[in-house]
Design a protein around this ligand. Sequence first.
Ligand code: URA
Length: 198
Amino acid sequence: MDPINQENLFTQSLPNDLEELKKIVLQCHLCDLAKTRKNVVFGEGNPHATLMFIGEGPGATEDETGRPFVGRAGQLLTKMIENVLQIPRAEVYIANIVKCRPPNNRVPTPEEARTCIPYLFKQIELIDPKILVALGATSYRWLTGDTTPISKVRGQTIEFQGRILIPTFHPSYLLRNPSKKKEAYQDLLKIKELLCEV
Ligand code: URA
């Protein structure tokens, strides 16, 4: 069985209500990240958002606060949403592949990602966004199973479970590589255009 289908079996047993799902996720101990986390970062935003951003996993500030993308990368993401897309951050939904901080901000292990991703798939099903933005390679890879480098797929519109998926660079990568902001800006313009069409 391919991994996505396996994950969907568990997804089906999760509640069909975002608040009920959140209660379950906040108590999750299915992987070792639960041992070192301070807070579970479920995700936040408009529960009926048309546009949903998906990052990799919480960092230190997110772990402290229980909110996604509130550190330096989060400030950049907020600017991308509010200054380029020209929509309030609260209008979109923001979540991650894993809901608990991997120690020292390492990339989530395949086991951690596989254990956690059914929660994300259920969030996507319940929020029902038209457009998903995968922020960075880890997000893109775990959503699609495709290991093509993010630099090759960024800005492409990909059909994903009846929705449009657009991969782009992760804001942390943009902070380390500011010359890539130009390409990310192009991706955002494309997202803005699509938002007018859906
Ligand atoms: N990076 C992520 O991928 N997610 C966050 O929530 C914060 C930083």
